[in-house]
Design a protein around this ligand. Structure first.
Ligand code: CA
Length: 335
């Protein structure tokens, strides 16, 4: 048996086991919803999964699968769900570029589908009238950071260390070509400027692959060259923000109860970052509302399975694309 066939058999077996365990609790007449997740170990997606499962509890027979970051595996999982004739699908693509093939299979089977979180080309989704997208707007996270930066500047005049009326900052970017990362980097500063703050970058943008250790190393170098000149740290995510906080702590800044502090702003509201903010060693973060996302997905897919308009009975509206719903972010600036 070659590896490919073996993998398919294993996927089929795994699905059978899942179907039996879920099916034994399901009530007759409930719609069967298939959920494909790009990877279970993503913190934000875990929040979405939990909220979704809770919202569908007792209302649908749910089968959920972990793509483990492998698009080929996710394609196999989709094939099995289509073969089982699920009534609705929620798809969190591993590779958003692969959405056209995935959509075609779903369209041919006539199953309503909501793609979520990882955004396919919306023009592809428009080729099937039973498909929509639910996600966030990448620029919004950056804009919210820009609003937080204004609050920091206005509320804490002491952050302007050299008293020149400008906020000297360093920027930590997730990946060089990731649209989400680029939008956060760009809009955080743009929004701060629109809010009337004069922004001045110190050094190059540090691209640190969303990673704490890489960010800590980059921040240590930045501090070695510019200690006392860096007035603000902006990071595309909390993991990198935490790396910057660690580097600052090593040279006596951002210690609990300490006197020297450089404001650090991240995105994600991870447990560690929220804890750091509450302890006063980090300033703020931006929360992707996974809870709201999970609840929206549940309501929307049940509407679609019932043949209703997707947004029936929700407070959501389509964006200018007419096919996408954007779940708003919220700021977290401490208790
Ligand atoms: Ca300054």
């Amino acid at each position: 048996m070659n590896m490919h066939i073996l993998k398919r058999v294993m996927v089929a077996l795994a699905l059978t086991v899942a179907a039996v365990s879920v099916g034994s609790r399901a009530e007759a007449g409930q719609p069967r919803i298939g959920v494909l997740i790009y990877r279970y170990d993503d913190t934000y997606i875990s929040t979405v999964r939990n909220a979704l499962s809770n919202a569908l509890e007792g209302r649908a027979n749910v089968t959920m699968q972990d793509g483990k970051g492998d698009q080929a595996a996710q394609n196999d999982q989709l094939d099995v769900m289509i073969a089982r004739q699920v009534d609705g699908l929620l798809v969190n693509m591993v590779d958003a570029q692969a959405a056209s093939g995935v959509l075609l299979k779903i369209k041919n089977a006539g199953i309503p589908v909501v793609f979520f979180n990882r955004e396919p080309d919306l023009n592809v989704l428009k080729t099937y009238d039973k498909s929509i997208f639910v996600g966030t707007n990448a620029a919004d996270a950056g804009k919210m950071q820009g609003d937080i930066i204004r609050n920091l500047w206005n509320n804490y005049p002491e952050y302007d260390l050299n008293k020149d009326g400008k906020f000297q900052y360093v920027m930590f970017q997730g990946e060089p070509d990731n649209p989400e990362a680029i939008a956060r980097t760009e809009w955080s500063v743009k929004q701060a400027i629109e809010n009337g703050i004069q922004m001045e970058q110190i050094g190059q943008t540090f691209v640190c692959n969303w990673d704490t250790a890489l960010a800590q190393g980059a921040m240590e170098s930045a501090l070695a060259a510019n200690e006392g000149k860096i007035e603000l740290v902006i990071a595309n995510n909390d993991s990198m923000a935490m790396g910057a906080v660690a580097a600052l702590s090593n040279v006596g800044y951002n210690l609990e109860g300490g006197s020297k502090f450089v404001p650090v702003v991240g995105v994600d509201a991870t447990e560690q970052a929220v804890d750091a903010i509450n302890r006063g060693i980090m300033s703020a973060t931006v929360k992707q509302d996974g809870e709201a996302m999970g609840q929206a997905l549940a309501t929307i897919i049940l509407n679609m399975v019932d043949g209703k308009a997707p947004l029936d009975g929700t407070q959501y509206e389509y964006d200018e694309s007419g096919i996408a719903v954007r779940i708003p972010y919220s700021p977290y600036e401490g208790k």
